[in-house]
Design a protein around this ligand. Sequence first.
Ligand SMILES: C[S@@+](CC[C@H](N)C(=O)[O-])C[C@H]1O[C@@H](n2cnc3c(N)ncnc32)[C@H](O)[C@@H]1O
Length: 266
Amino acid sequence: MTKFKDTLKKLTKKELALVPRAFDTVGSIAIFNEFPPELKKKEKYIAQTLMQLQPNIKTVAKKVKQYSGRLRTPKLVLIAGSKSKETLHVENGVRLKLNVESCYFSTRSSNERKRIAKLVKKGESILVLFSGIAPFPCVIAKNTKAKEVVGIELNKKAHKFALENIKLNKLLNVSLLHGDVKKILPCLKKKFDRILLPLPKSADKYLSLALKKLKPKGTLHLYLFAEEKEFKELKKEYKKKFKSVKLLKCGMYSPGVYRVCLDLKI
Ligand SMILES: C[S@@+](CC[C@H](N)C(=O)[O-])C[C@H]1O[C@@H](n2cnc3c(N)ncnc32)[C@H](O)[C@@H]1O
């Protein structure tokens, strides 16, 4: 990034100091999380300079609204490059097609997806609630000997990409269901060895429903947002209901607030 800033010759020292230090790269799209309004007149120049420096980047966008609403989608404005918000992202050995605005997807969770895949044992049946464009199902199915992976997603557009992603990665043991977890889950006849709940805003509300579909000795991965000072209390609370409770930090949500995963065994 220092190199990038060094190439921005047309900016004053004051403007240079305002250039965001980082951006996310999803496929060929670079996304600035927050772009200072003071740089509005220079944003196209900054974006074009970035594309010259990193030819793999074909589009530069800025987030004008963070992940929000029931579908956890962001609002983006394109600054420069190709006008498409669709891209193909590669992580953990899988290819994922998506629209970066109509679907939730975070490259920052790729290590967490790898961590979960490493925990999966041969023959496991896995349920991924809130599966989005299916990054968890794809990474798990591609990198493990799981028997089957089932995903449930409410966002119709994300579900469509998810179906495409299963085909793109030639995965035969993944099935994806479109709809509300609250409605679909009670209708599922089978039980699972491992259930993931990657919806940190409100996953805890679905915990009792998920528990009904967990096999004896099964594992739940519950994602939450929490401050470090809350960790001890959270573990204490979950230890009342579960035999084993592990809390892992798996990213930052906002200053001081972590995205955490509670690995819970019954
Ligand atoms: C934080 S995103 C995670 C998506 C995906 N697992 C990933 O890691 O990229 C949460 C997802 O849950 C979906 N969602 C929210 N409420 C839902 C519900 N009641 N039933 C099914 N999916 C839901 C949203 O549309 C969104 O795609």
